[in-house]
Design a protein around this ligand. Structure first.
Ligand SMILES: Cc1ncc(COP(=O)(O)O)c(C=O)c1O
Length: 464
């Protein structure tokens, strides 16, 4: 009785007459108002660090205290952040709460658990949109990862024989292979070579756009390279793409976690990124796109949740975001994503970037003069963000990677980093050893990297 009184009151506030035509909506609102918040309380985190001016050092130890894997004795030095970051307690708890308190699906079930998850998904979508400067939350699509986002774009467009796609020579395989697949449809891929120091050659890019002429349909460029940390001038590149009538897609897998993103200012049409590289759970990614483009993409996964009607003869797709989110989603991951975004919201991404360059500076200066060592990309760490990718003469990269852990508990990545297209023409089949920092890495850890690496290189090359 008390509940039905509440419902009547709620309908009165919403100026809904009883019996309402949109009773389902009223029921949804009722559930949201009365139950959802109590099922999963919105996490309230203490303010860890006030916004700081560029260049100030951030409260690294305060930030570190959020991460269980960084507590206690024998904590490894985690420098494999370009693969995935560590997860803070808040994210772990949000995932755990989803499974222990309301393990339901969004957008379908109207019971209180289902409504709570629906509410979390919409809140999280809004927060993700805010995080990347997007105006409309519905322009953010949840995907399993950046690879899936890019595949959705490449496979979802309607191509014509002779269409041209431009990429750079430093793309991750996830921003190469989906475009190569289009060859079967007569789409041509054009690669723009970077400068010798791996920085973006804007002039070469502009001429490639001009050469492609009317056939240019799509430009897809990595914002910050996972190979070298080099950032490209996306706003300029977007303008050139636009001037040539092309759609601009940005692979933001390595930029969104490390620098402030404003898709409006970048002037791009589509932006793919992964949440597991920015404190969130594994297997969550996102695709942002302008509504008019997303709405024309053919979904690569259709079925439950994507259609407004379906019969044995035909179907009609829903509007975005639903049409591009087929099947039940990774709701635990989305709950964790919201917690990650709430934590990130306490910080200024410029401070993250500055801290990561500080770490990279120590690493770069500490190792650059060692025998047989060459750093990929520009000399200055400030031009490579938090990434120091090292080529080694005559030493096995995998062995050095293993030794880094065994000798100094330093976790790095060794190999091709899925950027085969950069190593292959250089005759390098073993790749590089990559240290990639995140804002929780300390200067002491960077010095430990230098000491461990120096000991190994000197030891293996007989310099000791
Ligand atoms: C630049 C870049 N693009 C795309 C990807 C693919 O991301 P995901 O693993 O989320 O699909 C990565 C992953 O490392 C990356 O570094």
């Amino acid at each position: 009785m008390a509940k039905s009184m509440q419902l009547v009151e709620l309908m009165a506030v919403m100026e809904v007459e009883y019996p309402a035509k949109n009773a389902v909506f009223v029921a949804h609102a009722f559930h949201q108002e009365s139950y959802a918040k109590s099922v999963i309380p919105v996490p309230r985190f203490p303010v860890i660090s006030p916004m700081m001016k560029r260049g100030d050092s951030m409260d690294v130890s305060g930030f570190r205290s959020n991460f269980p894997t960084l507590q206690g004795d024998a904590v490894p030095i985690y420098l494999d952040n370009a693969c995935m970051t560590l997860r803070p307690q808040q994210v772990i708890e949000a995932v755990q709460q989803y499974y222990s308190k309301n393990p339901s699906c969004a957008g379908r079930s109207v019971h209180r658990w289902g409504m709570s998850v629906s509410q979390t998904v919409s809140r999280c979508r809004r927060k993700l949109a805010d995080f990347i400067g997007a105006k409309q939350a519905r322009e953010v699509i949840f995907t399993p990862n950046a690879t899936h986002s890019i595949n959705q774009v490449a496979a979802g467009m309607r191509w014509e024989k002779g269409d041209i796609v431009i990429i750079s020579d430093r793309e991750h395989n996830s921003n190469l292979v989906p475009w190569l697949q289009l060859k079967k449809q007569g789409v041509e891929l054009c690669t723009v070579a970077s400068h010798a120091d791996n920085t973006f050659d804007l002039e070469a890019y502009e001429s490639a756009c001009a050469d492609a002429g009317e056939n240019l349909r799509m430009v897809s460029l990595v914002h910050v390279g996972n190979l070298d940390g080099v950032e490209i001038p996306v706003a300029e590149a977007s303008k050139i793409a636009r001037d040539h009538g092309a759609i601009m897609h940005v692979d933001g897998a390595q930029s969104a976690p490390h620098i402030p993103i404003d898709v409006e200012a970048l002037g791009c049409d589509l932006f793919s990124f992964s949440i597991h590289k920015m404190l969130g759970p594994s297997g969550v990614g996102a695709l942002w796109g302008k509504e008019e483009i997303l709405s024309t993409l053919e979904p690569i996964c259709v079925g439950g949740g994507t259609v407004s009607s379906a019969s044995t003869a035909e179907y009609a797709l829903r509007e975005i975001p639903d049409r591009l989110e087929g099947g039940l989603g990774h709701y635990a991951g989305i709950c964790g994503t919201e917690a990650a975004l709430d934590l990130l919201a306490k910080y200024n991404m410029l401070d993250f970037a500055a801290q990561e360059v500080r770490i990279n500076d120590i690493i770069t200066n500490g190792i650059k003069d060692l025998p047989g060592v060459e750093i990929i990309g520009p000399e200055a760490a400030s031009k490579r963000g938090g990434i120091c990718s090292i080529l080694l003469d005559n030493l096995d990269i995998q062995n050095v990677g293993i030794l880094m852990d065994e000798v100094g508990s330093v976790f790095v990545r060794s190999g091709l980093h899925c950027v085969n297209q950069w190593f292959e023409p250089r005759g390098n089949s073993q790749g590089s050893l990559r240290a990639s920092a995140y804002a929780y890495n300390t200067e002491e850890e960077a010095r430990c990297f230098v000491d461990t690496f120096t000991e190994i290189i000197n030891g293996l090359s007989g310099e000791d």
